[in-house]
Design a protein around this ligand. Structure first.
Ligand code: IDP
Length: 136
């Protein structure tokens, strides 16, 4: 039993489509705790920090435009194996391929506008929490 923290984003498509309650509800129903939560619109600099490992990729410029396109909700969630649990709830990156029952599988048909982000390792989680919620 490992209690973990993870950084989750409800990306601008979630807010635009009015799905914040639906998506947040899935995390809460699973038993994860909300440690911090903030709605904000970010600039390109913060997007570059968050997606540091992707900034050179072909898909990054439109991703950067997308994540800065409107308000998103940043969260820190906690619980046993929270990192893996969140990624399982999120589903595969491409909404068209994500399994039914997952957030992306049920609610997204896009590889980019896929509603959610979840940290992919304990190291990423701590790095990302430091970016979005300094001092937490
Ligand atoms: P993840 O969010 O499932 O961990 P990553 O590979 O870390 O996936 O990619 C980060 C984000 O970049 C994805 O959630 C998605 O929004 C976007 N992305 C990844 N691959 C592609 C692609 O091939 N085309 C368009 N957007 C992509």
């Amino acid at each position: 039993m490992t209690d973990q923290r993870t950084l989750v984003l409800l990306k601008p498509d979630t807010v635009r489509r009015g799905l914040v309650g639906e998506v947040l509800g899935r995390f809460e129903a699973k038993g994860l705790s909300i440690v911090a939560m903030q709605q904000r619109t970010i600039d390109g600099e913060l997007a570059d920090q968050h997606y540091a490992e992707h900034v050179e990729r072909d898909f990054y410029p439109p991703l950067r435009t997308f994540v800065t396109s409107g308000p998103l909700v940043a969260l820190v969630l906690a619980g046993e194996e929270a990192i893996e649990v969140v990624r399982a709830l999120n589903g595969a990156t491409d909404g068209r391929k994500a399994a039914p029952g997952t957030i992306r599988g049920d609610l997204s048909v896009s590889n980019r506008e896929n509603l959610v982000h979840g940290s992919d390792s304990p190291e990423s989680a701590e790095r990302e929490i430091g970016i979005w919620f300094p001092g937490l």
